[in-house]
Write a protein that binds this ligand. Structure first.
Ligand SMILES: [Zn+2]
Length: 278
């Protein structure tokens, strides 16, 4: 069943500094044979590679390669892993440095279209052909992936460099990725818990949610468990935890909170650099 997450880690934890345990995270999911960042998706599968923090690279069965919040140089990113050479799209949830990350350099290298709020995309100063400034409610097609931009409850500002004052960067966003013959993924961006998640469930029927669990700036494990309930997803991949000491939530805590709600969704917590086939 293609839409059922099978928790198969087909790629590997490329060498990265420190173990998940040492980083205050729970044990990673099973890690299979080592291989470099995959070039194409496993036949018929969607591959989701977590780069640590909120950064993911998604490869669809139809060949779309999409990076989300590509801070690929974050403290938990797999050391020495090859960054993607080809990207069709880069999705930005909001303007904070830990989400825009390496988007500009990746856009320049790959020619990918960059999606984000109208205001953020204007601030980035990308070539016109690559800049897709949009907002919640927008729908776009990237090969076999339909993107829906949805709300998030957070803030958003952008500073071109850490010394300059941050500028207003529009509303924060989440993304639903409806993949032909594959899962429907929901990347929540940075967000608190909000009732509109039940509307996202009704409208888009996501099967896998990528949810922040670190707390402090976003939902913690208890709120993320409630989000899983509202979203009615079968699986959840936690993110935005363990990167900094402030982000205290852990996948184990999320599992515990889901149990309290008698939830049946599976928590899949890959190590940074690992690829999960869906
Ligand atoms: Zn943020």
């Amino acid at each position: 069943m293609r839409t059922k997450l099978m928790a198969v880690v087909v790629g590997a934890a490329l060498a990265f500094s420190g173990t998940a345990a040492a980083q205050g995270t729970s044990a990673p999911a099973k890690v299979g044979a080592t291989k470099k960042a995959p070039v194409a998706a496993t036949r018929g599968k969607t591959e989701v590679t977590w780069w640590g923090h909120a950064a993911f690279v998604i490869r669809s069965p139809g060949g779309a390669v999409i990076a989300i919040d590509p801070w690929l140089t974050n403290p938990k990113a797999p050391q020495g892993a090859a960054q993607p050479e080809a990207l069709d799209a880069i999705l930005l949830t909001h303007g904070h440095f830990d989400h825009v990350g390496d988007a500009k350099a990746l856009a320049e290298k790959t020619g990918a279209k960059v999606f984000g709020s109208f205001e953020l995309i204007n601030l980035l100063g990308l070539p016109e052909a690559q800049a897709v400034g949009a907002n919640a409610g927008g729908t776009f097609q990237v090969k076999d992936v339909t993107l829906h931009l949805v709300e998030a409850v957070h803030s958003s500002s952008y500073a071109a460099d850490p010394k300059s004052p941050a500028q207003y960067a529009g509303a924060p966003l989440g993304y639903v990725l409806k993949i032909d013959k594959g899962p429907t993924l929901y990347h929540a961006g940075d967000t608190g818990l909000f009732e509109g998640m039940s509307l996202i469930a009704t409208q888009f029927k996501p099967t896998v949610a990528l949810l922040p669990i670190g707390g402090h700036f976003t939902m913690g494990p208890a709120e993320a468990a409630q989000a899983v309930r509202l979203l009615k997803v079968k699986s959840v991949i936690p993110m935005h935890y363990g990167t900094f000491p402030l982000l205290q939530g852990t996948p184990d805590a999320l599992t515990g909170e889901l149990k309290k709600l008698r939830g049946t969704a599976k928590v899949v917590a890959p190590a940074p650099g690992a690829t999960t086939a869906l």
